[in-house]
Write a protein that binds this ligand. Structure first.
Ligand code: TRP
Length: 325
């Protein structure tokens, strides 16, 4: 990341690469975090962005999904992604099954330098896993190299890449960084977003298939308030008296944790942390701060999501020339 910033200051541009595995129709707040952050990076650096939709990956990993359904979900999920505010003149979204011919030369080169041994060590595959899984990491690695996008980079293979992603994607990009020098390419830089917990507590994972664990981007203000009040794990004390005496624990408090992601006013966040930790702010109050933060954000998101038509998705997905810088 530091290297990227130094290069940028010297006028050497970079591109952004992120992605999504389309396995469900409904995105939750945790899914939005890397995309909101990527959108911010695109805006601040005016950088071109490629977004990979791994319909192949989800077909390989989810027994219940047909390939056709995974591709459809990829198309639908694009609408949520686009609603985060990406600039169509700088953003290329692709599904693997549509774009594979352009990735394939780069995938080949990667596949030849990653052994099964390495894949097992990195991803934990077993002998009984099907071979699709063994091949897939090369497909997720490929877009980290500008050779995949001749229509954007005019055949340049050495444009530096920055990958904003959630921490669970790290194994793919460790592998990618490992093999880059072997192939004479630049290692991609990475910036991870912190783990986004489920409502049930700081060590639980939001699941798109468990309605109580997640706030969906389609939830109404009433549903959001209800979920936060009912399920958001509290770092507060059992009784008001105890809370005033001992104070709340922000490390355990899901409402506080969510505020660290979505409340942009750092001074207010710090004030909330101090008041809650000191026991002057009650659990119901910190939850209300969270509701007041998230509801307008989700309503804004829904407004821009409603404007994203199929035609707009097609325009992001068209294989076209993009002026990179
Ligand atoms: N494997 C990711 C997922 O399941 C999708 C993905 C593909 C991705 N390429 C990426 C995520 C690059 C972040 C960055 O969601």
């Amino acid at each position: 990341m530091e290297h990227i910033l130094d290069m940028y200051e010297k006028g050497e541009p970079f591109y952004l690469y992120t992605g999504r595995g389309p396995s469900s129709d409904s995105l939750h707040l945790g899914h939005l975090v890397p995309f909101q952050f990527t959108q911010w990076l695109q805006r601040v650096f005016n950088a071109p962005l490629v977004i990979q939709l791994t319909d192949d990956e989800k077909f390989y990993w989810k027994r219940y999904l047909t390939l056709q359904e995974a591709s459809r979900l990829g198309f639908e999920n694009s609408k949520d992604i686009i609603a985060c505010g990406f600039d169509v003149s700088k953003t290329f979204i692709f599904r693997d099954t549509d774009y594979i011919q352009h990735l394939y030369p780069t995938v080949n080169k990667i596949a030849r330098v990653v052994t099964c041994n390495k894949a097992v060590g990195t991803f934990g595959f077993s002998d009984s896993d099907h071979i699709g899984k063994y091949g897939f990491p090369a497909i997720q690695a490929a877009p980290a190299f500008s050779s995949c996008f001749p229509q954007i980079f005019a055949g340049r293979e050495d444009v530096q890449c920055l990958i904003p992603c959630a921490i669970d994607q790290d194994p793919y990009f460790r592998m990618t960084r490992d093999i880059a020098p072997t192939l004479g390419w630049k290692k991609p830089a990475l910036i991870h977003s912190r783990f986004f917990p489920a409502l049930q507590g700081p060590k639980t994972k939001m699941s798109a298939s468990s309605a109580e664990s997640a706030i969906y981007v389609t939830d109404t203000p009433e549903q959001i308030a209800h979920k936060i009040k009912t399920y958001a794990f509290s770092g507060g004390q059992e009784t008001k008296e105890l809370h005033e005496e001992l104070g709340g624990n922000c490390d355990m408090d899901v409402s506080y944790q969510y505020l660290t992601f979505f409340l942009h006013d750092d001074a207010k966040l710090e004030w909330i942390r101090q008041e809650y930790t000191a026991g002057r702010m009650m659990t119901s109050q910190i939850k209300q701060h969270l509701i007041d933060t998230i509801v307008p954000m989700v309503l804004d998101f829904q407004k821009s999501r409603a404007r994203v038509t199929d035609d707009i998705v097609e325009s992001f997905m068209a294989v076209r020339e993009i002026k990179p810088f």
